[in-house]
Design a binder for this molecule. Structure first.
Ligand code: CA
Length: 451
């Protein structure tokens, strides 16, 4: 549109200055061509290069024309700008809408926050419920069982216990190497080559004795003699009763001659008796305690460095059996695991006086794949299954060489829930607690048959 106006104005301007003709014709290529012809009032022919007054006047008029065209163009652009500015009128509305959406999102966030709190509260309630169920008392003994209670045994006076049982699956590890009975060395030590049939000495009287530990001090000192046997029923939230029997006959009859109340509670079945002291793991801790039988007090306490506890690295049956203490011909040992060992059995020799670790070995035997472990002559042995009636002693780790190997010494779990196995170097027997039963096994030591 502005081009047509410019052409008209050009005609007017030019017409005011002199006669002008406007021609339109096709050129040789057929395109439409427009041309002006203006007669000069002073010249009969075209001006020479460089122009003259007429050319200057023409330039001046063209400048005016360009100015007009430019204003027209800018006017159009201004109109277009106004058109673009029109949507700005909707900004308040958009702002209001966005603020509304923001408010809605805020409300959603608060609602989700409340839901998270509700779910967290439920999770906490469920955790407490699990703890309550774990601590729930089992059924009391039947009337028939009550009639069989020996009135003199304080084990019956415990009231309603609470339980810390943790189940785990049975693991059987095949052993490629068959060990045959051989001869002992000159010290009487040797490798375990045979485990006898289990002999049951006593069945625990109450549910508190489903799991437990029983012991005889291989280096007993006063006031108790070398025949004294000790036992702890380990089912309960606060296990603190230590029963003493003057010999095997009294244990079998269920008549304790001494009952001691330990000052701090016991965790699980890993306790050991040695040189007049009971060594045990304090409940829910990696703290080892030495309870002196003569003074009836804690004589030493020390954390077992980095040891897992309370279900972190138990044996396969669970039961918070993270730290297992053992005694053999070479002294006092702790069998456990650490985060660094990633669940593999670590065995440490302990100083019996102050409980310091003298030396440690890390094995390649995963603790949660075996049912229990014990030490004989500085060698660690593991039991494959706590529940299988026909299981094996399946690994041996020698602290003298730092090497472990698979073995397969048959062993029976008569009562199919073995919660404790330890060696007594004086009796040359394994002491075991198999589903309420205090059991022993004769063993033979020797050298394995060479392959
Ligand atoms: Ca053990």
């Amino acid at each position: 549109m502005w081009l047509q106006v410019a052409v008209c104005l050009s005609c007017l301007l030019l017409g005011a200055q002199g006669q002008a003709t406007f021609l339109r014709a096709n050129d040789r290529s057929g395109r439409c061509q427009y041309s002006f012809t203006v007669a000069s009032p002073a010249e009969d022919s075209c001006p020479t290069a460089g122009g003259g007054p007429e050319m200057e006047a023409l330039r001046s008029r063209l400048t005016v024309l360009e100015s007009l065209v430019s204003r027209l163009v800018s006017g159009d652009a201004g109109a277009a700008g106004a058109a673009r500015a029109a949507p700005d009128a909707g900004l308040p509305e958009a702002y209001t809408r966005v603020m509304g959406e923001k408010s809605q999102l805020q409300q959603d966030k608060e609602r989700l926050g409340r839901q998270v709190q509700v779910l967290q509260r439920r999770a906490e309630e469920q955790r407490l419920e699990v703890e309550r169920l774990l601590a729930k008392p089992c059924q009391p003994p039947s009337a028939a069982q009550k009639d069989q209670r020996p009135a003199s045994d304080p084990a019956w006076q415990l009231g309603n216990p609470r339980y810390q049982e943790v189940k785990a699956e049975v693991t059987e590890v095949p052993a490629p190497k068959q060990i045959q009975e051989g001869s002992q060395d000159s010290t009487g030590c040797g490798e375990l080559v045979w485990v006898g049939e289990p002999v049951s000495h006593r069945k625990a009287e109450s549910i508190t004795g489903k799991y437990g530990v029983w012991m005889q001090d291989p280096e007993a000192v006063g006031p108790y003699g070398p025949q004294m046997l000790w036992r702890i029923n380990t089912v309960g939230a606060e296990v603190r009763e230590l029963y003493g029997y003057e010999d095997m006959d009294q244990l079998s009859r269920g008549f304790p001659t001494k009952v001691l109340l330990l000052p701090e509670p016991v965790e699980s079945t890993g306790a050991a008796m040695y040189r007049g002291s009971l060594y045990y793991q304090r409940r829910r801790s990696r703290t080892l305690l030495r309870y002196d039988l003569a003074t009836e007090s804690i004589a030493a306490r020390r954390d077992l460095p980095h040891a897992g506890f309370h279900g972190q690295f138990p044996y396969s049956w669970g039961g918070y059996t993270d730290i297992d203490l053992a005694v053999d011909e070479q002294g006092l040992w702790a069998i456990y695991s650490t985060n660094k060992a990633k669940g593999a059995i670590v065995v440490s020799q302990l100083d019996p006086g102050g409980l310091e670790v003298r030396r440690s070995w890390e094995t390649n035997i995963r603790k949660n794949t075996v049912a229990n472990a014990f030490m004989i002559c500085g060698r660690l042995y593991t039991v494959a299954s706590y529940a299988s009636p026909n299981t094996t002693v399946n690994y041996a780790f020698d602290t003298a060489t730092g090497e472990s190997r698979s073995i397969a010494v048959p062993m029976r779990n008569s009562y199919r829930y073995n919660s404790m196995v330890d060696y007594n170097p004086v009796q040359r027997k394994l002491f075991s607690w198999d589903n309420f039963h205090m059991v022993s096994y004769a063993v033979r030591l020797g050298k394995p048959e060479a392959n």
